[in-house]
Ligand binder design. Structure first.
Ligand code: MN
Length: 267
């Protein structure tokens, strides 16, 4: 069994080393990861530049492939070229920093797992909150169990798992919760600064304070000391709204075309 392992913190990051070690013996783990940090690049892909791949050695041993691109690039390149075929599983992480709520949309860690799902491969994104007392080794051990469970049950098409570990010591973790993604915005700010030439520049300051409480969410779970597992899908369609939207008064638009069809409306 071949497992593709990637991340967005880069091939030399601590988190990918920890999960690689923990997955030993489960299958043939092939590391294809960005050669530099790609946190926050989301699902970007590289189209205007060549993608270079090099062999990466850690402590004199072959560790994996470093790609001069994004996490999504890594998954595409791994499947189409480096692994020459579909792995059984895509694992992305372990990211140092949680990927909950809307951060899921900015995350390169989650994007790599989504790319796996797009290619029809079961995928899991792993992230560890680092705001308190993170235990990376323990997160790696639990991640392996989650992965083994996933391999037994599989996922519906277009789905992936987003796993977040709370930032507390191993003995204090309360359990596991299956959660939904928190969807409201966070308190965020922009730091306005001056460069040495006196010109203004800006720095985005990632916010943590939530603005609306919402029960059963990923962020609530890790804040309360639980491991959060959210099943995600990349289909962003608002299925429930299709029917309601079909009931809008489309008269003015329909007069241009006459034969529009609406999923939610008989015409
Ligand atoms: Mn990252």
């Amino acid at each position: 069994m071949k497992i593709l392992l990637t991340n967005d913190d880069g091939v030399y990051a601590q988190g990918i080393g920890a999960i690689r070690k923990s997955l030993q013996g489960l299958g043939e783990v092939v590391v294809v990861a960005p050669d530099s940090e790609q946190s926050g690049v989301g699902h970007s892909i590289t189209l205007a530049h060549p993608l270079r791949v090099r062999h990466v050695y850690v402590d004199g041993e072959f560790f994996g492939y470093g790609v001069g691109g994004s996490p999504a690039d890594c998954v595409k390149l791994a499947v189409m070229e480096i692994m020459k075929g579909q792995p059984r599983l895509v694992v992305s992480g372990i990211n140092l920093g949680s990927n909950t709520g809307i951060h899921v949309l900015y995350s390169g860690t989650v994007a790599a797992a989504i790319e796996g799902a797009i290619l029809g491969i079961p995928a899991v994104a792993l992230s560890l909150d680092v705001s308190g007392f993170p235990d990376l080794e323990y997160a790696a051990i639990i991640s392996r169990d989650v992965i083994e469970l996933l391999l037994k049950h599989d996922l519906p098409r277009g789905s992936l798992l987003n796993v977040n570990f709370p930032s507390i010591k191993r003995g204090e973790i309360k359990g596991i919760r299956i959660t939904k993604q928190y969807t409201y915005s966070f308190e965020e700010s922009v730091d306005r600064r001056k460069d040495p030439a006196g010109k203004t520049y800006y720095w985005l300051v990632g916010g943590r304070e939530i603005t609306v409480e919402e029960k059963g969410t990923d962020i609530e779970a890790i804040r309360q000391g639980y491991i959060s597992i959210t099943p995600l899908r990349y289909d962003l369609t608002n299925h429930e709204f299709i029917r309601k939207m079909g009931q809008w008064d489309w008269g003015q638009l329909e007069q241009h075309f006459g034969n529009s069809t609406f999923l939610g409306k008989e015409v």
